[in-house]
Design a protein around this ligand. Structure first.
Ligand code: NAD
Ligand code: GLY
Length: 362
């Protein structure tokens, strides 16, 4: 097992990474301060892992909150289902919520923990690659609103993150690939060496080779931890973690929550960011090609939906949380491994990227 620490004064926590960590009860139990625990999961994950996690809490007052599966249920309505059960089963302020699942469950459980009785403890047990390398770390929690993704939420850090890579063995390949998009993101924004490693090892990671997978997850979490330590509430640097996300959120909202996976939308968004960065003269053709190749070889989409036209893109992107003082800010690349957040780009180049369709990066 490897342990990373996210250092944030009194809100720091360990991130454990290893195989079959769910069979080490003490690892989780030591982060639970009282006898009440509620495991929040969904209908897909419950038959796979719920009882294994429940067994850790033999002798505790344990609730099992099982939500329907899907991004469309990441809403205030279903958040309220968590509160309903916690209240009905008399959970008090010393309870600990356990998020057992992907980013949807992690974001919702974290937000429920932030709100329930003005804040209770929670632990992340991420079971998708995306959640293991990104959403479980850093304390962004929340739900969607019909008018925009992740628009209602809070920064709220967990007590611990427990990453059992064995849980990925049941994850559909499409989901694994979507999570890999976020891994590529780390290489592109701040670690050129890691990007080269990914070019050489992406197949091993996608085939769940334990050594390669552990390395990719550890590297991703340590990059994210370092960024969050420097900028927890996204005043600057943390926004670089959103490479491809502003374009991607527009794609997700246009398609309807859940039709494109988050990581797939981010993949296309990263292609658009590469394209615009080249139009600005910052990236060479070779760098853009390498980015595009890795995204494509990982089996991720590289072309936005045909019907998503420039005007709609602009309208949807205007909802982004990075819009500041009426100006859209984008994460762009100055080279592989160096990202900046800027609103300083010519509108003409931006519009060309939005219109490029299947000619992106070509
Ligand atoms: P998800 O939570 O919907 O999980 C994907 C699918 O895999 C679901 O059907 C789920 O039931 C299933 N699943 C999960 N683990 C499984 C397993 N081990 N075996 C079999 N099936 C399994 O999607 P996701 O990609 O994990 O997360 C996407 C969400 O994360 C989005 O809502 C996005 O906004 C959010 N997100 C948050 C942050 C953050 O910093 N908080 C960062 C990135 C993404
Ligand atoms: N996923 C982006 C962030 O955590 O800031």
């Amino acid at each position: 097992m490897q342990t990373l620490n996210l250092d944030l004064a009194d809100r720091g926590y360990p991130i454990y990474i290893g195989i079959n960590l769910l069979d080490q009860p003490e690892l989780i139990r030591k982060h639970v301060c009282a006898s009440q625990v509620a495991i929040v999961t969904n209908e897909t994950i419950a038959p796979l892992y719920l009882e294994r996690v429940a067994a850790i809490f033999d002798g505790y007052q344990l609730s099992r909150v099982i939500l329907p599966d899907g991004e469309q249920f990441k809403s205030l309505e279903y958040l309220n289902h968590i509160f309903d059960q916690l209240l009905a089963e008399k959970h008090n302020r010393t309870t600990t919520l356990i998020a057992l699942g992907g980013g949807v469950i992690g974001d919702m459980t974290g937000f429920a923990a932030a709100c329930y009785q003005r804040g209770v403890n929670f632990i992340q047990i991420p079971t998708t690659l995306l959640a293991q390398v990104d959403s479980s770390v850093g304390g962004k929690t929340g739900v969607n609103h019909p008018l925009g993704k992740n628009m209602i939420g809070a920064f709220y850090q967990p007590q611990a993150v427990l990453i059992d890579i064995q849980t990925l063995s049941s994850l559909p390949l499409r989901e694994l690939r979507a999570g890999f998009a976020e891994v590529i993101k780390y290489g592109l924004i701040c670690d050129a060496e890691f990007f080269v490693w990914l070019e050489e090892n992406y197949q091993k990671v996608l085939q769940l080779d334990p050594q390669a997978l552990t390395y990719a997850i550890h590297k991703s979490c340590s990059i994210k931890a370092e960024i969050v330590e420097g900028d927890e509430r996204e005043a600057g640097l943390r926004a670089t973690l959103n490479l491809g996300h502003t374009f991607g959120h527009a794609v997700e909202t246009f398609q309807g929550y859940g039709n494109w996976l988050h990581g797939e939308a981010v993949a296309v968004g990263m292609v658009m960011a590469l394209d615009l960065s080249r139009r600005l003269g910052w990236l060479t053709d070779n760098e853009v090609q390498r980015g595009l190749d890795l995204i494509e070889k990982a089996g991720l989409p590289i072309i936005p939906p045909d019907k998503l036209k420039k005007e709609t893109f602009i309208e949807l992107m205007a909802l982004d949380k990075k819009v500041f003082d009426g100006k859209l800010r984008l994460v762009l690349l100055q080279e592989i491994g160096r990202a900046i957040v800027t609103s300083n780009f010519p509108m003409e180049a931006f519009q060309q990227t939005l219109e490029a369709g299947d000619q992106l990066c070509r």
